[in-house]
Design a protein around this ligand. Structure first.
Ligand SMILES: [Zn+2]
Length: 96
């Protein structure tokens, strides 16, 4: 079967809308966002997903951390992945 989207890739979802320049710019961002990322805690690749803007989590070990808006690590977050989001229950368990 022929590929439906050739060079447009992930931004094929936008159809002919928004202009080609903007679609190309969005494509760069989205391709990075959905690329398989490595988990900073367990090292699993491809199990990392974005919960919300800047909040990333790993499906395998359940770690959550603050990263970039569209990538789990920007290079600017110096303390990556030291700044982690811990569930309230886990926090209480650790600090008993
Ligand atoms: Zn993990």
């Amino acid at each position: 079967m022929a590929r439906r989207t050739k060079s447009v890739g992930i931004v094929g979802r936008y159809g002919p809308r928004y202009g080609s320049t903007l679609r190309k710019r969005v494509k760069k961002v989205l391709e990075k966002r959905y690329a398989p990322h490595k988990c900073p805690v367990c090292g699993a690749v491809g199990r990392v997903y974005r919960i919300s803007t800047g909040i990333w989590a790993c499906k395998k070990c359940g770690a959550k951390w603050a990263g970039g808006a569209y990538v789990p690590k920007t290079g600017l977050n110096l303390y990556y992945p030291n700044v982690m989001i811990i569930d309230r229950e886990e926090y209480l368990r650790r600090n008993k």
